[in-house]
Design a binder for this molecule. Structure first.
Ligand code: ZN
Length: 604
């Protein structure tokens, strides 16, 4: 889900940086940065310090229990997330880099010392993640001692962004007031530190930082889900984002950003992505803050971060907002759980009945039997294609052909000359680099995707794209958060075909039947075998195929005369891939088994 967010961000000017009694108070400290005491600061003299925070700091330094490491830190500068978003054509990465680990209460006075710098733009950001009253306030910081009052409670961050060229130099900053919440930095901290933060953080939300991710999750959910292995949890989130960076080509082309992607807890709604990053309700954390459960089902996390990483508009044109981000989710889910591919194993209603793999059988019937254009293909989430506002279909049904391409080039093609595990890497990277055109129709991007798929694979994939309904005539207002007209003409199609004709056709003419169940058949080019009227049990309106008796069959087609009426991919209806449900509507005359090379054998 995508949401537009009105960010509440008041820029509040810090009060005058000098304060009346300060000179005397400051004279008790040895250094400007207030990290050690002057010679004269003996136990008794310290009590003369007027400012209560400074007096407390001096006392603690004297007693040797001042948590200097938590309060005096070095902060990096990051590329302004708006500029990075422009470069990558994504929505912005974290605006909350540099968590300080210091929590402020509402109206609390902030006392913070900042190292001399070249007028670098610096803000202290105080953000309330604690409850549904999200607030974010930004306070500019200058070199020297800053003193001001915060309006609202929350975790704090040092915003230190550069806009071009090289990063600013790192800055030392000493935050003397506020309560210690702690930051878990998985890049350098161990799990002892993580456990200590869980038991001692002052506020209800904790900042966890990895190489690629920054999470602000509730302490309670972390205590319940991952009481010990904070490093493992952050590593899993880093890995989910790394998979997206791979698909985007950023790993291959060495463009991985230093900026983090941001995920946070919310207290209303479910999960979504918006201008701040990904957002997950606290009650989803039983799955999201638990390493094993998240590995098992990473779909939601990959989907929401995937929204941020949707390359727009080139890989997110009208009708695809809830589709192209799932290129990330479906692959992530598969990498962690290859034995249980989601689309093949989920039980969902197709045109006939609730069925294992129903999303795919719905797709195949919508596309190959009813010839529905891709963005309007019906399925369990939307059967009524035409509505007042728009034409639309099932977002997961639309994902199927994009999934098949990944399976074909990454899995079937592994170790083959034409194989290309970079397939999406190159497509996305091209999408990042290609100019944004003010085209009249959104179809430009859809057609460009088809061309790029051919270019990147070095194959003429137009047969596949025609079958899938992606390269098919359409002139409809299609469903999305903002609807748009999708117009593809016969002439557009001819132009794409002409472009693609410079490449050879793929070895298989039936990539549109590929699923995770038939990878090995395509890969090993297994010969289609079977005897007519054998190798199945017949029920009233269906055959239950014994897959062992039909080796090499990637799909089964049911005909009424010459007319294709039903399609079953290998293993449809079963998670063990031992059988296949083939429907026989009234009037069916034939069932054919289909081989990887397009060969057909009669089953009945
Ligand atoms: Zn979504």
């Amino acid at each position: 889900m995508m949401k537009k967010l009105a960010i509440i961000s008041f820029l509040i000017c810090a009060s005058n940086l000098t304060f009346a009694q300060s000179e005397n108070d400051l004279s008790f400290f040895n250094k400007k940065n207030l990290t050690s005491l002057a010679k004269k600061a003996n136990q008794q003299a310290i009590q003369e310090i007027q400012h209560p925070v400074l007096r407390e700091v001096a006392n603690q330094i004297k007693n040797g229990n001042y948590p200097l490491g938590e309060r005096f830190k070095t902060y990096e500068s990051f590329l302004d997330p708006k500029i990075l978003a422009k470069e990558l054509k994504t929505s912005p990465y974290s605006q909350f880099e540099n968590p300080t680990g210091i929590y402020f209460s509402a109206n609390e006075e902030v006392l913070v010392w900042v190292e001399e710098n070249e007028n670098q733009k610096l803000n202290l950001l105080v953000t309330n993640w604690d409850d549904e009253h999200f607030r974010m306030h930004s306070y500019p910081l200058k070199a020297g001692l800053n003193k001001f009052q915060v309006k609202d409670k929350g975790n704090s961050y040092i915003q230190h962004f550069y806009e071009e060229g090289k990063p600013f130099k790192k800055l030392k900053i000493h935050i003397l007031s506020g309560k210690i919440n702690g930051v878990f930095d998985a890049r350098k901290d161990d799990n002892n530190k993580y456990q200590k933060i869980l038991s001692s953080a002052h506020g209800p939300v904790i900042d966890l930082v990895g190489k690629k991710v920054h999470l602000a999750y509730s302490k309670e959910s972390l205590k319940n889900g991952t009481p010990e292995n904070g490093k493992g949890l952050v590593a899993l989130y880093d890995s989910i984002i790394h998979i997206q960076h791979e698909i985007m080509g950023l790993v291959k082309y060495k463009k991985e950003p230093k900026n983090h992607m941001f995920g946070r807890v919310i207290w209303k709604g479910f999960m979504h992505a918006d201008g701040l990053g990904a957002a997950f309700h606290d009650n989803t954390m039983k799955d999201l803050a638990d390493i094993n459960r998240l590995r098992k089902n990473s779909w939601g996390v990959a989907h929401e971060f995937g929204h941020v990483n949707q390359v727009r508009p080139n890989m997110k044109w009208t009708g695809t907002t809830e589709v192209t981000n799932n290129i990330y989710s479906v692959w992530t889910q598969y990498l962690y759980n290859s034995h249980s591919p989601k689309l093949e194993h989920e039980k969902l209603k197709d045109y006939d009945e609730p069925k294992i793999g129903g999303r795919i059988t719905a797709y195949m019937e919508s596309a190959f039997v009813h010839n529905q254009p891709w963005l309007t293909q019906a399925g369990p989430d939307r059967w009524d294609r035409e509505r007042k506002r728009d034409w639309g279909g099932d977002h997961f049904v639309k994902l199927v052909p994009l999934w098949q391409l990944q399976l074909y080039f990454h899995e079937v093609g592994a170790g083959k000359k034409w194989g290309n595990k970079n397939f999406y890497w190159d497509i996305f990277y091209k999408a990042i680099q290609e100019p944004v055109t003010d085209q009249e129709s959104e179809s430009y991007y859809q057609l460009q995707f088809v061309k790029n798929a051919c270019k990147v694979s070095g194959l003429d994939l137009t047969d596949f794209f025609k079958k899938s309904g992606i390269l098919a005539p359409i002139n409809l207002i299609v469903d999305d958060y903002t609807v748009g007209r999708m117009l593809i003409t016969d002439q557009d199609i001819q132009e794409v075909e002409k472009y693609a004709s410079q490449f050879p056709k793929p070895s298989s003419p039936v990539i549109h039947y590929l699923t995770a169940n038939s990878i090995s058949i395509f890969k090993n080019q297994e010969v289609l075998k079977g005897k007519i009227n054998e190798g199945f049990s017949k029920e009233k309106d269906r055959l239950i195929i014994d897959n062992l008796a039909w080796p090499g069959a990637v799909a089964f087609e049911t005909y009424q005369g010459d007319k294709l009426v039903k399609v079953a991919f290998r293993g449809a209806g079963f998670t063990n891939n031992q059988h296949t449900i083939v429907h026989l509507p009234i009037g069916s005359t034939k069932v054919k088994a289909i081989g990887w090379n397009g060969e057909k054998i009669d089953v009945i």
